[in-house]
Design a protein around this ligand. Structure first.
Ligand code: ATP
Length: 377
């Protein structure tokens, strides 16, 4: 077991002078930009972010498959920058399972131990133990071509953990699988982690995967770490507008608003459209009239009521009944405010309603750089 630490890690794929010359690249672009992060011993950490944000690059640097341009990576107290991949004590499972087609499942799982010249009896016991952990013990005689995607991925993970790695690295291990299989294997990975308690990093662009598997999630964008915290931290208490908008499905409503006064009360006036919301008391000390900010409110934190209810007037644009929940959309300029209804009342398109926000759930972000504006304590 081990801790894993990134210390001010940078990756510039074109830092090498020869590559620069060959590609004609002149500007510096950090695929990973000053990443500092510490995973605790036995912790399950998710690296989450949109395509191209640097997730895989970060993982490949831990694995030793990419050179680190600047900074250090430590596994426990050992700096591993120059250490060969096979000597880092890591297990790797990537999205494309890369199993050896001519070998049986048994031989695929046994491969790494045979390469280490482990005695045959030991290999046999280990293969059977790991195969049963991953529920592939009934597939040991089959070849990869005879397996489903989910079974291949289980074998792939079995192969990664048989070396008893200090750190297990999973790169989008579920991305090739269909919905049901994904869900099933996600549960298995969680169970496996409880059993082997190996420090694990999963890279994914699927927030549900990261939120359900990981103890803490590192959200990245453009090579930069945006926030590192529990699922609850990143969902309820986002550090900036990017995290607020990226986490949550359906996404948070985000809109430009201006602070105005109405009958001595401060209001947020939506810049596109004519909707207004009262400024919660806790924000009054940190805002001034005429200020423009970004307002964020989750669809579950807006409350719709019939026209004679309380709140601000709005008009239903679209009503959707999704079976397990009902939503309405209220047009605001060229966008929409989305509301998940708390009751079963049906609304018509064009119906006049009242809308209010759960005040303690209103989030504000800087109009200039998206950083969080916190309410006064
Ligand atoms: P995805 O989810 O699409 O796999 P990612 O978040 O894992 O994306 P990376 O693969 O780490 O992102 O890529 C980060 C940035 O580095 C991207 O801009 C990508 O184009 C660039 N990049 C990745 N690999 C290389 C490479 N071998 N040479 C040059 N640039 C690269």
């Amino acid at each position: 077991m081990a801790t894993l630490r990134f210390e001010n890690v940078y990756k510039d794929y074109y830092s090498d002078a020869k590559i620069k010359k060959r590609t004609g690249k002149t500007e510096t672009y950090y695929a990973v930009n000053d990443l500092s992060l510490e995973c605790r011993d036995g912790e399950f950490v998710g690296i989450l972010g949109p395509s191209g944000c640097g997730k895989t690059t970060a993982l490949r640097m831990v694995a030793g498959l990419e050179e680190i341009t600047r900074g250090s990576i430590y596994i426990s107290d050992r700096k591993v920058n120059g250490v060969l991949p096979r000597n880092r004590g890591i297990g790797l499972a990537f999205e494309d399972y890369a199993l050896y087609p001519p070998l049986t499942v048994y031989d695929n799982i046994a491969f790494n131990l045979r390469a280490k010249k482990t005695p045959a009896g030991e290999i046999d016991a280990e293969v059977k133990r790991i195969a049963s952990l991953l529920k592939v013990d009934n597939l040991l005689d089959k070849r990869p071509v005879q397996l489903s995607g989910g079974q291949k991925q289980r074998v792939n993970i079995a192969r990664a953990i048989i070396r008893r790695p200090q750190v297990l690295l999973l790169d989008e291990p579920l991305s090739h699988l269909d919905g049901k299989m994904r869900q099933a294997l996600r549960t298995e990975i969680k169970r496996l982690h409880h059993e082997i308690r190996c420090t694990t990093i999963i890279v994914t662009h699927d927030q549900l995967e990261a939120m359900s598997l990981a103890d803490r999630i590192a959200v990245m964008k453009d090579g930069l770490l945006q926030q590192f915290g529990t699922a609850k931290d990143v969902y309820d208490d986002p550090e900036n507008e990017f995290v607020a908008g990226f986490i949550g499905d359906p996404p948070m409503n985000l809109a430009d608003v201006e602070v105005v006064s109405r009958e001595d009360k401060l209001m947020f006036a939506f810049v596109r459209g004519d909707f207004k919301l009262p400024v919660p008391k806790s924000y009054e000390p940190v805002l001034h009239r005429g200020e423009r900010v970004r307002l964020g409110i989750r669809p579950t934190e807006l409350i719709a009521e019939p026209e004679n209810g309380s709140g601000e007037p709005a008009i239903v644009d679209v009503y959707e009944d999704l079976g397990d929940e009902c939503r309405i959309s209220v047009a605001q300029g060229d966008g929409y405010l989305s509301v998940i209804l708390e009751d079963d009342r049906r609304y018509r398109s064009g119906e006049k309603i009242k809308l209010r926000a759960k005040e303690e759930k209103v989030l504000l972000f800087s109009h200039e750089n998206g950083s969080r504006i916190r309410a006064a304590k």
